[in-house]
Write a protein that binds this ligand. Sequence first.
Ligand SMILES: [Zn+2]
Length: 67
Amino acid sequence: MEQPWKNQKSNNNKEHQAFIETQNCCALCGNELKITVESYLCDYNLREEAFCERCEIKTRIKDHKLH
Ligand SMILES: [Zn+2]
């Protein structure tokens, strides 16, 4: 079954990733953060993780509801 929100959701993911790439520096050391965004297609959630490879910490993990 084709679901009309599927393409829109993909576009939103790209925009979201572009957005968080503009604020991707570690608050502790200023190093560039490694951003990962995982989407969970089954329950409409996005998980955003920002990881500093220098400090070896995850500086933030956010869950986004898409609906
Ligand atoms: Zn850092």
